[in-house]
Design a protein around this ligand. Structure first.
Ligand code: FEO
Length: 160
């Protein structure tokens, strides 16, 4: 199965963005671990693993298409935030950017009438919806928790 070079390059860039997302979430996990918020940190580590899995899914797709996935530079992610709420607000902002990137990939695939890639990307469209929703939920919970963040920390630590 062949793939258009424009789409191949765009998917390679997306692999980089997914891996950068993992890098960002690990940086956030480290912020939380250092503050002894182990549940928040575990949530972020789980998120980082999901992002790596997204990158690998795209990697496998390129291999299926008979081309290589190529790795590119990962820039340094931010490391400091003012509060847990600020971290999750940035997470939501970041996920919205990723959603826009997936939409852009979808536009290219549709432009090229590449039905197989369109079908592959549909999984990502749905995944992005779920990710934005789950981050929005945490933002709500943080706002509701007020100063008592310990219970929420325990709850987030149970994320599977
Ligand atoms: Fe893989 Fe959270 O986007």
């Amino acid at each position: 199965m062949a793939i258009d070079k424009r789409l191949q390059d765009a998917i390679n860039r997306q692999i980089n963005r997914e891996l950068w997302s993992a890098y960002l979430y690990l940086s956030m996990a480290s912020y939380f671990d250092f503050k002894e918020l182990g549940g928040f940190a575990a949530w972020m580590k789980e998120q980082a693993e999901e992002e790596t899995a997204h990158a690998e899914r795209l990697y496998d797709y390129l291999i299926d298409c008979g081309v290589r996935a190529t790795m590119q530079d990962l820039e340094t992610p931010p490391a400091e935030w003012g509060s847990p709420l600020e971290v999750f607000k940035e997470t939501l902002k970041h996920e919205k950017k990723v959603t826009a990137l997936i939409d852009n990939l979808m536009d290219i695939a549709r432009d090229l009438d590449d039905k197989k890639t369109v079908a592959m990307l549909e999984w990502f469209v749905k995944e992005q919806e779920e990710e934005e929703e789950s981050v929005e939920k945490v933002i709500k919970k943080i706002k509701n928790a007020g100063d008592d963040i310990t219970r929420l920390d325990n709850e987030l630590g149970e994320r599977k």
